[in-house]
Write a protein that binds this ligand. Structure first.
Ligand SMILES: [Zn+2]
Length: 344
C-alpha cells in the first residue's frame, strides 16, 4: 500500500482536530491488549483496528459458537461451524479489515500465573471479559505495572464502564473491594443481553482508549458510567482519588496475583470432568439459581446440589459454589462455563 493511501485511509480521523496527524501517528505506534473477545471484545477490536492502532494483542479462552453470532460481530457462521478459537477467528477477520495492524492472538485462560506476561509491553488494556475474577487479575496487574485499563461490562440492557489510571484514579478494587459472591448476579447466559448495550459500552471504552493513546487524558470522562438502554437511564458517578487502604493501590499487596487467592480448578482424573472452586466460597440459594438456569437448560435440584445440563456438558453446583463440570478435561472450558452460568 502506498503512503498516500495510508493518509487517505485515516483522513477523516486526522481531520478530527483532537486527534490530528500527531495523534494518528501515536495510534499507529500503540499496542493495546484486549482481554476477552466476546461481544465487547469484538466491537473494541474492530474499532481499534479501523482506527489504526498498530498492534492488538487479543486474549481469549473460548471457541466460536452459534449463540455468539447475535452480538459478537467479529465472527461468522463459518467460524462457528469450524469451532475456531475466537482469537484466531478475530485475527483472520482483522487482517481483512486492516492489513497494516499486527494482531497477536493468545489462546489463554487468564490466571494469576500468566496475567503479567499477557499484558507485558502493552500501552493500554481494554476489558472485554465476562467475569469479575479476570477483571481483578487485570486490575492488580495493571496497577502493579502502572498501565491504564478500561473496565466495561454488559448484561441484559444494562452496562457500566470506568477508566482506571494507576495512582491517578481509584482502581476497580477501590470501588468494589471484593468481587460479588458467586451466583449473586445475572450473567449474559442466564439473563441474556441485547446488542445495543454492547455497542454503547464498547464505544465509550474505545473513545477513552483513543484519548489515552493520543495523550488527551484531560478529556477522559472521570466517572463510573452506567447505562440502561431499556429503562432509559444514563448515570455518571464521580470517582475521586485512589483509596488509601485499598489492597491494590494502597498497600500494594495485589491480592489477585497471589496463588492463595486464585480460584482453584482441577481436572478430575479418569472422570472427564473438572472441578472449579470459587475464590470466595459462598452460601448459594440453589432454588434461585435453579430458576435462573432453567431458562438456559435442564435443571435438577435437591437440597444439597443442583445439576444443570447445557449442550454436551453437565454442571453439578454445590451450596458453597463449588462446581464439577462433566464433559471436558479442559480447565479453560470449565472456567468459561462457570463464569457464564454461575458467574463471579
Ligand atoms: Zn485501588
Amino acid at each position: 500500500m502506498d503512503p498516500q493511501s495510508q493518509i487517505d485511509r485515516y483522513s477523516r480521523q486526522v481531520l478530527f482536530a483532537p486527534i490530528g496527524i500527531e495523534g494518528q501517528h501515536r495510534l499507529n505506534q500503540s499496542r493495546v491488549a484486549i482481554i476477552g473477545c466476546g461481544a465487547l471484545g469484538s466491537a473494541q477490536a474492530e474499532s481499534l483496528a479501523r482506527a489504526g492502532v498498530g498492534t492488538l494483542r487479543i486474549v481469549d479462552r473460548d471457541f466460536v459458537e452459534f449463540s455468539n453470532l447475535q452480538r459478537q460481530t467479529m465472527f461468522t457462521e463459518m467460524d462457528a461451524v469450524n469451532r475456531l478459537p475466537k482469537t484466531i477467528a478475530a485475527a483472520n477477520h482483522l487482517s481483512q479489515i486492516n492489513s497494516k495492524v499486527t494482531v497477536e492472538p493468545e489462546i489463554a485462560d487468564v490466571n494469576h500465573a500468566n496475567v503479567e506476561r499477557l499484558l507485558d509491553g502493552c500501552d493500554l488494556v481494554i476489558d472485554g471479559t465476562d467475569n469479575f475474577a479476570t477483571r481483578y487479575l487485570i486490575n492488580d496487574a495493571c496497577v502493579k505495572h502502572q498501565v491504564n485499563w478500561v473496565y466495561g461490562a454488559a448484561v441484559g440492557s444494562y452496562g457500566v464502564t470506568m477508566t482506571i489510571r494507576p495512582s491517578v484514579t481509584p482502581c476497580l478494587r477501590c470501588i468494589f473491594p471484593e468481587p460479588p459472591p458467586a451466583a449473586s448476579a445475572p450473567t449474559c447466559d442466564t439473563a441474556g443481553v441485547i446488542m445495543p448495550i454492547i455497542n454503547i459500552v464498547a464505544a465509550v471504552q474505545v473513545s477513552e482508549a483513543l484519548k489515552l493513546l493520543t495523550g488527551k487524558a484531560a478529556e477522559l470522562h472521570g466517572s463510573l458510567m452506567q447505562f440502561d438502554v431499556w429503562q432509559n437511564e444514563w448515570r455518571r458517578i464521580s470517582i475521586g482519588k485512589p483509596v488509601n487502604d485499598c489492597a491494590t493501590c494502597g498497600s500494594g499487596e495485589f491480592p489477585a496475583l497471589t496463588a492463595e487467592s486464585a480460584d482453584f480448578a482441577a481436572v478430575l482424573c479418569g472422570r472427564h470432568a473438572v472441578q472449579v472452586s470459587p475464590t470466595y466460597p459462598a452460601d448459594l440459594d440453589l432454588s434461585t439459581l435453579s430458576e435462573r438456569l432453567s431458562l438456559a437448560g435442564e435443571v435438577n435440584l435437591n437440597e444439597y446440589l443442583l445439576r444443570f445440563r447445557t449442550g454436551e456438558f453437565e454442571m453439578t453446583i454445590f451450596k458453597d459454589a463449588r462446581s464439577i463440570i462433566r464433559g471436558t478435561d479442559d480447565i479453560a472450558i470449565a472456567r468459561s462455563l462457570y463464569a457464564r452460568f454461575v458467574g463471579n
